[in-house]
Design a protein around this ligand. Sequence first.
Ligand code: SF4
Length: 331
Amino acid sequence: MAFDSWPKLLRDFKMGIMQEHYDQANDMNFSKLPMPRRDLLPKLSYISKNSIQATFGCPYKCDFCAVISTQKKYLRRPIEDVIKELSEMNSRFVTFIDPSPMEDKKYIKQLMREMIPLKKIWGGLATVKIGDDEELLDLAAQSGCKGLLIGFETIDQEALNEVNKGFSDVEKYKEVCKKLHDRGISINGTFIFGMDSHKKDIFKKTVDFVQENAIELPRYAIYTPFPGTGAFTKLNNENRILTKNWSLYDVQHVVFKPKQMTTDELFEGSVWAWEQTYIIKNIKNRITKAGTNIPLSLVTNLGYRYYGNRLRNFPNHTIIELEKQWNSKLL
Ligand code: SF4
């Protein structure tokens, strides 16, 4: 986030005194924030102009996560400010972009209670721990939640433990999917392939899991050691990083040496999972079984199908090989 540093950069630019580097302080006073002027944004340039953030950072420390390396403290805006901003939006549809908004239960429950009279329809993010709290689930639904991105990451508990996300209990995944579906909340489930415990059977097991639990919109990423994360430190220390060309750090290419498969097997397995998940029969089975907002699920699934079916156009070995050739020409 750059609430203080971006305005300072703009002021410096105007005065011709730009600095080389701008850092946002990790602790800031949200009561100073002006309300965003969404009316200044061009009408057709955004899928939605109505995104909002109530919390910043995350209290957890998953080793692959870039959020905590850029925002060290877990911060909350005053609830009255969030409600004021929501009230001023001229749309019912709102997206909360908070990476981890449900961790301060008292705060988020109060925010949801105060959102109920606004009659908004919203989507956002949550960890699987939301399933442990019936009141929180009920308030989410009552305040207008229709979809949540849930970072399941993997169905392998050992892998979760090793990446410092052992607080997610794989045994409860099935139950949390059911609880969300029962309340009409769709799931955008995110999964990572390539953790050290993962063997070649992880791809099929994951696709079976998303089908059985009718996860409306699954998304697969390859484990990526972003700079500043615990994953980067670990893999760098183990001399397992294959390239530091950050443009390849797009979570769809393998930029490190996996432990229990080759780089090609990891890339191919991930592409296979995308393709299998988004064959028409599997899309139909998942979204009809879940029964939540079928028209929207169909549109978003067709979008992901288009994306998944093009991943083979950018094969891992070709890209890493091309990069080596460029580098050798530069030397
Ligand atoms: S819970 Fe989510 S936001 Fe928090 S550290 Fe883990 S991956 Fe990042």
